[in-house]
Ligand binder design. Structure first.
Ligand code: HEC
Length: 126
């Protein structure tokens, strides 16, 4: 059968549900993330969490020095709504993506992306 946009949407949904079953973000498999992609994603985090993950904003915790595993853990808790997602107190120069809280952020990332981003913040000094 030829794949229609609808049938591929259903397939994506099925994959998303399967991914939820083992309590992890989508795309567990290896994924190549370029330096450029990583830089862009990190800059999104930094627009709230501060340059190199050192926050200047009381409504947002620092990420610098936090282990990649605990970053992944927290992002997964936001993804599964196990953790409340308060909006960051940011003005118009917040992230370009328009994200206002961690649920918005977690919805857009794969596990491999969060681990790569996490390793970046892990290597920054608090
Ligand atoms: C719109 C602003 C915003 C953006 C963008 C953002 N965050 Fe957050 N993040 C927050 C806020 C606000 C909290 C605190 C939530 C709370 O009160 O528990 C938080 C909390 C976290 C925590 C938990 C920290 C802790 O000490 O418990 C992690 C981990 C985290 N963010 C990772 C990220 C990563 C990785 C990115 C980039 C992919 C990112 N965040 C992008 C606003 C943001």
């Amino acid at each position: 059968m030829k794949q229609t946009p609808i049938s591929s949407a259903i397939l994506m949904l099925a994959l998303a549900i399967t991914a939820n079953a083992d309590e992890s973000l989508p795309h567990d498999q290896l994924q190549d993330i370029s330096e450029k992609e990583l830089k862009f994603m990190v800059s999104e985090c930094e627009s709230c969490h501060g340059s190199k993950g050192v926050s200047q904003n009381e409504s947002v915790p620092s990420l610098a020095g936090m282990s990649a595993d605990s970053i992944l853990n927290s992002v997964e808790q936001f993804y599964f709504y196990e953790r409340h997602c308060p909006n960051a107190n940011i003005d118009s120069d917040g992230p370009k993506s328009g994200a206002r809280n961690m649920c918005d952020v977690a919805d857009r990332l794969t596990k491999q992306e969060v681990l790569a981003i996490g390793r970046y913040f892990e290597s920054q000094s608090p």
